[in-house]
Design a binder for this molecule. Structure first.
Ligand code: NDP
Length: 295
């Protein structure tokens, strides 16, 4: 069993980005600038935005956080999005989800200029990804692809089961692994809650991406000997063994599954750290005009 150390790879990538930003500074170029909009006071959202802000500072990016109360009108938020779209200082921005019920998330996402949509949630970016054009790819699938690349895990011709079909994880992950590309060229099955023979499908898979959000769902009896297992799930459960009283569990019963695998990601320390790093990479691409050339 080989551990896929997402924390280590994420730190490595952060160092690479830091060096690149230092070079840009020396050349008198523009420092990449990521902005985030956060609405309300949801604890998890505050934590995510806090992590993103810290990561920006770590690599030398400029970072702006715009905070709004949860009674903000949809029209006002749309205007704020438009201001960021038009602000030449901002290379890319994200709107932290979830938004309050009276605001349409889809409307807000579609109001973001695709050229600044570093979360890769805009239909234009999703569509471009599907047909293989340069696009911002949402952070979690992009992070998983980077891990597969850096650990040189063969995907060509392999049978992959992705469990989950959300627009931000399961669906893009399935498309990326099935693309005519390297990594890619896999034969992908995208499973979901209506899939009937999941156990049988998983037991034949060379690679399993578990992104369903059910703690320790994947057990050793389901997994093929020598498979690669990528655990995306994060569930916070109470624990009397930690200082905080909480611990994080993945979708994989790690201790028993790990023994059967060739490669496996742990939780925490696997996919999670890569997600923020992918956002930094997308912001860097935005500032360099790599996806959509700047004129
Ligand atoms: P969603 O809840 O949006 O999607 C879950 C998917 O899993 C759905 O497609 C659902 O099927 C499917 N599913 C649920 N139960 C089963 C089951 N018993 N068998 C098969 N399929 C099932 O979740 P997300 O994609 O947003 O996130 C998935 C997990 O990944 C969560 O734990 C989340 O916290 C974590 N996550 C981690 C990130 C990281 O950085 N590490 C980033 C993003 C998410 P159906 O469509 O039929 O309902």
């Amino acid at each position: 069993m080989k551990l896929i150390d997402g924390k280590k790879v994420a730190n490595q990538i952060k160092e690479e980005i830091t060096l690149e930003v230092e070079r840009v500074k020396l050349d008198g170029g523009k420092i990449p600038h990521l902005a985030a909009i956060i609405v309300g006071h949801d604890g998890a959202s505050e934590t995510y935005v806090g992590h993103k802000e810290k990561a920006c500072i770590q690599v030398g990016f400029d970072s702006t956080v715009l905070r709004f109360e949860d009674d903000i009108e949809e029209d006002t938020l749309l205007r704020k999005v438009d201001e960021l779209n038009k602000n030449p200082e901002i290379d890319g921005f994200i709107v932290q989800l979830p938004l309050p019920d009276h605001i349409s998330e889809q409307k807000i996402i579609e109001a973001i200029d695709p050229k600044k949509d570093v979360d890769g949630f805009h239909p234009i970016n999703l569509g471009r990804m599907v047909i293989g054009l340069p696009a911002y790819i949402s952070a979690t699938p992009a992070g998983i692809m980077e891990l597969i690349k850096r650990y040189k895990i063969e995907t060509s011709g392999k049978d992959v089961v992705v469990i989950g079909r959300s627009n931000i994880v399961g669906k893009p992950m399935s498309i990326l692994l099935g693309q005519k590309a390297d990594p890619g060229n896999a034969t992908v099955t995208m499973a979901h809650s209506r899939t009937k023979n999941l156990k049988e499908l998983v037991s034949k898979a060379d690679m399993v991406i578990a992104a369903l959000g059910q703690a320790e769902f994947l057990t050793a009896d389901m997994v093929k000997e020598g498979a690669t297992v990528i655990d995306v799930g994060i569930t916070r459960v109470k624990s009397d063994q930690t200082k905080s009283g909480w611990k994080l569990l993945g979708d994989v019963k790690y201790d028993e599954v790990a023994e059967k695998t060739e490669y496996i990601t742990p939780v925490p320390g696997g996919v999670g750290p890569m997600t923020i790093v992918s956002l930094l990479q997308n912001t860097l691409k935005a500032s360099k005009g790599e996806i959509y050339p700047k004129f």
